[in-house]
Design a protein around this ligand. Structure first.
Ligand code: CP
Length: 363
């Protein structure tokens, strides 16, 4: 019997249609109730590019998460009579591999009724013939209403911004930033603990980040957003393998500290875990056309001494640093994080193409 026949005869061709709720697929209604709608903060995102997590302030974040929770709590609510992004066209330009970011942006846009044109491979666009990103951007102005760009060059987004007259979202530029991933990370934390939305939360959280802030775009953007919400953070513990010459980019630590984050470093993962409420782990940094794995000795599995109730976040794709033995535990919020990214991106896209009027309760 060939492998596929064997798999089918063993019952592997069926699946459970319901997602596993224990994995942090927490209901967003508590988050929705905890934030009062303030439309103007969403309107302030119109006619602006999103290149960096540093562009957001706390009020905008809260309102984005509120709208994301509204979409997540009731996905069918805004589908009639006209979907919020109907008539709008997204240019999805991914010059570097992606599973989650591209598909969740495209899923978000489709769910809101928009249409999409895509570039998924550098070799199929004019860039392969030496065309500049600024010239490509000039063309994008004619073809769509919003651009989502992933590129391995740090300056790619700013190059395009020079010519764009439609908004662009940075979906990961080299080792620099991944702002919408950080939005998804923070949205997950607030769904897990809506009490953290208070101005001065009673029970602040300790966050362990396994990664290199100077080399990992997801870590850089997350730290920047955490700095906007420093009142909920007791401390951030940066866990690394001691091999990186520069843990922080110039000025990075100073800026985060000035914003109120208490940051320390450790090379002892096992010793740090029992204290951490949130463990954020990432091992990949994109560098030019490839990726580097960092901190290969820093791994989590079912025997890791996690605090009871602690959640694990990971931007994914995962490698050996995050064992699948954790998937069926209550620590797994990384699947919820990837799922929630769709709703966060729906919220952001709605703002950027000025369709918030169609989804607000109070205008
Ligand atoms: N989190 C993330 O950026 O995943 P992808 O590389 O699959 O988009």
């Amino acid at each position: 019997m060939v492998n596929v026949e064997k798999a089918i005869s063993e019952g592997n061709a069926s699946f459970e249609p319901e997602p596993p709720d224990v994995y942090g697929d927490a209901h967003p209604k508590d988050l929705l109730r905890a934030i009062t709608e303030e439309h103007e903060y969403l309107q302030s995102l119109a006619n602006s590019h999103i290149a960096s997590a540093a562009q957001f302030d706390r009020k905008q974040l809260m309102q984005l998460f509120r709208l994301a929770a509204k979409y997540e709590a009731n996905p069918d609510r805004f589908l009639t009579p006209v979907k919020p992004l109907s008539g709008k066209l997204l240019i999805s330009a991914f010059y570097e591999p992606s599973t989650r970011t591209r598909l969740s942006f495209e899923s978000a846009w489709h769910r809101l009724g928009g249409d999409i044109i895509s570039i998924t491979d550098r070799s199929t666009s004019g860039i392969a013939k030496g065309e500049s990103l600024a010239d490509v951007a000039e063309m994008f102005n004619n073809y769509g209403d919003c651009v989502v760009l992933r590129d391995n060059q740090e300056n790619s987004v700013t190059e395009m911004m020079k010519s764009l007259r439609i908004p662009i979202i940075n979906a990961g530029n080299g080792t620099d930033e991944h702002p919408t991933q950080a939005l998804a990370d923070l949205y997950t934390i607030f769904k897990w603990r809506p009490d953290l939305l208070a101005d001065k939360p009673e029970k602040r959280i300790k966050i362990a980040i396994v990664g290199i802030p100077s080399r990992m775009r997801t870590v850089r953007s997350l730290l920047t957003l955490l700095a906007c919400c420093s009142d909920m953070v007791d401390e951030v513990n940066i866990i690394h393998d001691g091999q990186s010459k520069e843990l922080y980019s110039p000025g990075q630590l100073e800026n985060l500290t000035a914003a109120g984050l208490k940051i320390r470093e450790s090379t002892n993962l096992t010793g740090s875990l029992p204290d951490a409420d949130v463990v954020y782990i990432n091992a990949i940094a994109w560098v030019k056309d490839s990726y580097e794995i960092m901190g290969e000795e820093l791994k989590l599995d079912i025997n890791s001494p996690l605090k009871p109730g602690a959640i694990i976040l990971h931007p994914l794709a995962r490698g050996p640093e995050l064992c699948t033995s954790l998937d069926s535990t209550i620590h797994n919020w990384y699947f919820a994080q990837a799922r929630g990214a769709v709703f966060v991106r729906m919220a952001l896209l709605t703002c950027m193409v000025q369709r918030t009027d169609m989804v607000m309760d109070i205008l």
